[in-house]
Design a binder for this molecule. Structure first.
Ligand SMILES: Cc1ncc(COP(=O)(O)O)c(C=O)c1O
Length: 407
């Protein structure tokens, strides 16, 4: 067996299952889960129609690079959304951003090329989307965790990364808008990372799958957009990952794309050809339809805005929480330091389930202990993916629960 498999950590939902093994949820309440970050708004009918009217495509093997029309749908969207001129050889379809983040890491990392016989490093934000760590470990790299800073809207503290780590870094993950923090990385931070990448030669993998669900007036800045604004033509050492899952409510369709440096996209295409990860032709047809329409995206965003506007004030009265820049999570500090649950995210989650039958995810499960600190500890992640009424009801119960711990 591949010995690296043994280095993988249990997934947060497995840890949650174990945490709740002996918890008996209060049967007086019907269960509500804010635990899993899976979109639950309805899939638009025109996307389903585009899929089912293209079933004849099942009779053929799809090209790994995608049909020309699909690549045009990607470049067209990048032009409309970010004002970017991106060439056909700078984009590639992927079966959701998750597999792409994993596979891209396997393409980029050279496990033998760490200086001084040490493993190469992949830098991840902390807390982070768990695939980053697994992808780095299975590629033979060592993950390094850079903490997000609550005092700066959960911006990742890139300055805290030591020089000897940068020197070993082959790749970094950026997650903007962030899961779970909802924080969007500003242009100044992008400039910092581009300068570091130029100095040390590492690749930037920019995970942007929440880019279309935002709460400020201005849409989130994209990585490629940041590069263009800073006059970096060709997107050297940069690849952005995007997805229809959240934008168009099709997590089951497994459809996204990557865009960026052609010198990285080309070997990624080679890797994908051998890995066998072409996108089925009916899914390509449905994806073309989805990327070509913005009306459903605006409607979806409006639903999230309405929901967050209703829920956030209820929770903000009792928890340390505010409206995020973007995404569909609330990332809240738990109360009760020194009392009751003593600021513990796991005690908060298990007692909330026992008393009010609401599931939330302990923040410490989404982060790693690094330099003696787990930056997710004392926080919970709430995914507002259900309907507004259900989320408001959950918020009311959480507020009732949290009030017990307020001073
Ligand atoms: C930060 C982040 N990146 C990537 C993904 C993967 O999404 P998909 O594979 O559906 O595009 C998720 C899914 O929850 C996520 O939270």
């Amino acid at each position: 067996m591949n010995p690296l498999l043994a280095t993988l950590q249990p997934y947060p939902f497995e840890r949650l299952r174990q945490l709740f093994t002996d918890v008996i949820p209060n049967p007086e309440y019907r269960p509500i889960s804010l635990g899993i970050g899976e979109p639950r708004h309805a899939t638009p009918q025109f996307i389903k129609d585009a899929l089912t009217s293209s079933l004849a495509g099942l009779a053929g093997y799809p090209p790994t690079a995608g049909e020309p029309r699909l690549r045009e749908a990607f470049t067209g969207w990048l032009k409309r959304r970010y004002g970017l001129d991106v060439a056909s050889e700078q984009v590639l379809p992927v079966n959701g951003s998750r597999e792409a983040l994993f596979a891209f890491t396997q393409t980029v990392i050279d496990p033998k090329a760490g200086p001084g016989g040490l493993k190469p490093v992949v830098i991840c934000p902390n807390p982070f989307y768990q695939i980053y760590e697994g992808a780095a470990l299975l590629a033979g790299a060592e993950p390094y965790f850079a903490p997000s800073d609550p005092a700066r809207n959960f911006a990742v503290d890139w300055d805290s990364v030591p020089e000897d780590i940068w020197a070993r870094t082959q790749m970094i993950f950026v997650c903007s808008p962030g899961n779970p923090t909802g924080s969007v990385m500003p242009l100044s931070e992008w400039k910092k990372l581009f300068d570091l990448s130029d100095r040390h030669g590492f690749v930037i993998a920019s995970d942007e799958c929440y880019s279309e669900i935002y709460f400020r007036d201005e849409p989130p800045l994209g990585g490629l957009e940041a590069a263009a604004r800073l006059g970096r033509s060709g997107f050297h050492n940069l690849v952005a990952f995007t997805s229809l899952s959240k934008r168009s409510n099709v997590p089951g369709m497994r459809s996204g794309f990557v865009a960026g440096d052609a010198a990285l996209i080309k070997p990624f295409l080679l890797y994908r050809t051998y890995h066998g990860s072409a996108m089925a032709l009916p899914v390509q047809a449905a994806s073309i339809a989805a990327w070509g329409d913005e009306a459903h995206v605006a409607e979806n965003r409006a639903l999230y805005r309405e929901k967050f506007a209703a829920v956030t004030p209820i929770l903000a009265k009792v928890l340390d929480v505010q409206l995020p820049d973007a995404g569909f999570y609330l990332w809240a500090g738990v109360p009760g330091k020194g009392a009751g649950i003593a600021g513990s995210d796991t005690l908060f989650a298990s007692q909330l389930l026992a008393q009010y039958n609401v599931t939330v995810l302990p923040g410490s499960y989404l982060a790693r202990q690094a330099s003696g600190v787990n930056p997710g500890a004392g926080r919970i992640r709430m995914a507002l993916v259900a309907g507004t009424a259900e989320c408001v009801e959950a918020a009311g119960r959480i507020a009732g629960f949290a009030k017990k711990f307020s001073p």
